[in-house]
Structures are given as structure tokens and as C-alpha cells.
Design a protein around this ligand. Structure first.
Ligand code: GSH
Length: 92
């Protein structure tokens, strides 16, 4: 399975939405709290080039925030990213 990483803070409605969407998909994900953690916040900013939470990565691919995740899902482009690489279509 791909490794999903989500940078979050505690009080964050967009983080909750992203969490629920991923839970609905039945996939495991690693949550990294940047709450009061300058080092993790710096890593998140460097990896995503964004300042807001959540920031979501599927393996090393930057997805973006909740809106980006939901948009990808609405386009039917999220599910294929949530399966193991060797189970994806040969034309990818
Ligand atoms: N469009 C973004 C919005 C993210 C957002 O506004 N997150 C809030 C927390 S829920 C935040 O980081 N606010 C701090 C800021 O705007 O600097 C998404 O869908 O993830």
C-alpha cells in the first residue's frame, strides 16, 4: 500500500474533513502533528511549499490540502493512487 502522510494541527476543520475522507476510503495514514513543532512545520513547508494544514502526501507525491484531496476524489483520480503500485493499470 502507498504510504500516506498528513500534516495536521489539533483544531483544524480541514484536517478533520481530510481525515474522514481517508477513513471512508479505508486506508491507513500517518498523521504528523505540526502543532507547536517548529521542526515538523519547517519540514511540511519545505516539502509542500505551503503554509496551511492539512498537507497530504501519497508516498512522495504532494496532493495538497483537503480541497485538493476532495477534488482528486471527485475526478475519480484518488482511488487509483490508494492501491499498491503493482496493482495499478499497466498504462499508468
Ligand atoms: N484550502 C485549504 C484550506 C486549509 C486551511 O485554511 N487550513 C487552516 C486550518 S483548518 C489553516 O492552516 N489556517 C492557517 C493559515 O491560513 O495560515 C484546504 O482545503 O486544505
Amino acid at each position: 500500500m502507498p504510504h500516506i502522510t498528513m500534516y495536521t494541527t489539533m483544531i483544524c476543520p480541514y484536517c478533520s474533513r481530510a481525515r474522514h475522507l481517508l477513513q471512508r476510503k479505508g486506508v491507513d495514514f500517518e498523521e504528523i502533528s505540526v502543532e507547536g513543532d517548529r521542526e515538523q512545520m519547517a519540514i511540511m513547508r519545505r516539502r509542500s511549499r505551503r503554509q496551511t494544514v492539512p498537507q497530504i502526501f501519497i508516498d512522495d507525491r504532494h496532493i495538497g490540502g483537503y480541497d485538493d484531496l476532495a477534488m482528486l476524489d471527485a475526478r475519480g483520480e484518488l482511488d487509483p493512487l490508494l492501491v499498491p503500485v503493482d496493482a495499478r493499470g499497466a498504462d499508468e
